[in-house]
Design a protein around this ligand. Structure first.
Ligand code: ATP
Ligand code: MN
Length: 448
């Protein structure tokens, strides 16, 4: 017997004829509720218990005892009870029945009180912690790259602009916006990736990683895209593409194993309620090596698959979600790392192979999800890099600082970017990326 205090929110109350009330209380620390028993002889019983409807908040003091009934191992015998806040049962939106995820998105402020969102957020938290642990154990330095940036290399079209100019009175010179009057005296936006800045620190400190918010104004209303998401971007000096792929594989396995070891209850819940194959899928990931496949071989496989894809497959095309999923889900039934992509479809900073047709790029594709990681060995040759910039319409003058890294003490180096919400989605089996981040930002949706 143990005297404890519990503060939490009532999920349900049931009154028995024998002079007791049973409360199910949850404080968010774990999936399971605590059963609390209130004796009708408790002073103020009548007045207090009728306030204990779903959603109300209580403070309970009592003895934690072994439960005689099945369903729970312990229960709380309440000795003192205080109601912090009631919740009108006529109005409280989270009544007992199951709600759709679409409906819950409309009450993003209350959905953390549901079993699913609670479990998602605990797993998300564990994954964030495990990411830091993984890199810390390997001596990587956690680097904070800027969120506001004036370089718009990759995401020209995808960048959110940042300005303090009055949009009703934009200053102009020669018909064009005069950014010299803007806050930074420059056209600025929200970062689409911390990679380029990450490279500068990798080429001084060896192995670094970033883990921060990333913004893309891409108008893709899919179940795997957010306008604001979190990205993990390790960048390592002296790593070639094979080292990069080794790290990516080790990383994903480590994270999955960590969640299986530390979030057993929540994972059992996902397996039962969300996706009955999720535990098997995750065990399979930990136990088997990832397939590594040349882009050219991936194209062959897709062409031979006998499938009709919406997007035609030929050498030189971008792999679409349907192609990615076929490779990981059907062809290999495990994670696939596709590498050596055609240079024409990849950015300027990826290292050109000797064939001059392909670059040392790699994507990690997962069953059900598709792409979770995109990475590459970076071009470390000054001349080739300048050429590639010109071909891609990137002004070398603007990237003088990036080119300096190849002018002074250049070194082979590599890195990748992992979408954090895609990871949470994959691990929990949740179908929609909007349901694995507290407040999703998507086209036409930022209010809450
Ligand atoms: P996709 O082709 O799936 O749109 P991408 O190739 O544009 O992704 P990268 O630029 O390679 O993405 O970014 C690295 C990783 O960041 C991706 O592998 C993915 O996990 C994640 N990511 C990219 N865009 C988004 C987004 N809009 N929302 C959530 N995660 C994203
Ligand atoms: Mn990519």
């Amino acid at each position: 017997m143990e005297n404890i205090r519990v503060q939490g929110w009532v999920r349900t109350r049931r009154d028995s004829k024998g002079g007791f009330s049973f409360l199910e209380v949850n404080d968010g620390s774990c999936l399971k509720n605590l059963q609390a028993i209130i004796d009708a002889n408790l002073p103020g019983y009548e007045e207090l218990t009728h306030q204990l409807t779903a959603g109300s908040c209580v403070d309970l003091l009592g003895n934690l005892v072994e439960s005689p009934a099945k369903g729970q191992s312990v229960e709380l015998q309440v000795a003192e009870l205080k109601v912090y806040g009631t919740a009108d049962p006529e109005k409280y939106p989270l009544q007992k029945k199951r709600h759709s995820f679409e409906f819950l998105r409309e009450i993003a402020h209350l959905r953390p009180r549901t079993n699913t969102m609670g479990a998602v957020m605990r797993v998300r938290n564990r994954l964030a912690w495990a990411i830091h642990k993984f890199f810390n154990e390997r001596g990587f330095l956690y680097l904070h790259t800027p969120i506001i940036t004036a370089s718009d290399c990759e995401g020209a079209g995808e960048m959110f602009q940042v300005t303090t100019l009055d949009l009703d009175k934009v200053p102009k010179v020669d018909g064009k916006t005069d950014f010299s009057q803007d806050f930074f005296g420059d056209k600025t936006g929200l970062t689409v990736s911390g990679q380029l800045e990450g490279e500068t620190y990798a080429l001084a400190l060896g192995e670094i990683y970033t883990f921060g918010p990333t913004f893309r104004a891409e108008n893709s209303n899919t179940s795997r895209h957010l306008a604001e998401f979190w990205m993990v971007e390790p960048e390592m000096a002296f790593y070639d593409l094979d080292d990069d792929m080794d790290l990516a594989e080790e990383f994903i396995k480590y994270l999955v194993r960590d969640v299986l070891d530390n979030c057993a209850d929540d994972m059992a819940f996902f397996n039962q309620r969300i996706d009955s194959t999720i535990l098997d899928t995750l065990k399979n990931i930990v136990e088997n090596s990832f397939e590594r496949l040349h882009y050219a071989d991936a194209i062959h496989l897709l062409q031979k698959s006998g499938k009709t894809f919406q997007y035609a497959v030929e050498w030189g095309c971008n792999l679409q979600a349907e192609h990615e999923r076929y490779l990981a889900e059907e062809a290999f039934k495990k994670p696939v790392m596709v590498y050596n992509y055609p240079e024409a479809i990849k950015p300027f900073y990826m290292k050109l192979n000797e064939d001059k047709e392909t670059v040392r790029a790699m994507d990690v594709l997962l069953p059900k999800l598709g792409e979770i990681i995109g990475g590459s060995q970076r071009e470390d040759d000054f001349e080739i890099l300048v050429d590639r910039m010109k071909i891609k319409g990137v002004d070398p003058e603007e990237y003088w600082w990036y080119l300096d890294l190849r002018r002074y003490g250049s070194a082979p180096h590599s890195g990748f970017g992992l979408g954090f919400e895609r990871l949470v989605q994959f691990v929990t089996g949740m179908e929609n990326i909007r349901d694995v981040i507290p407040f999703p930002r998507t086209p036409k949706h930022a209010r809450f």
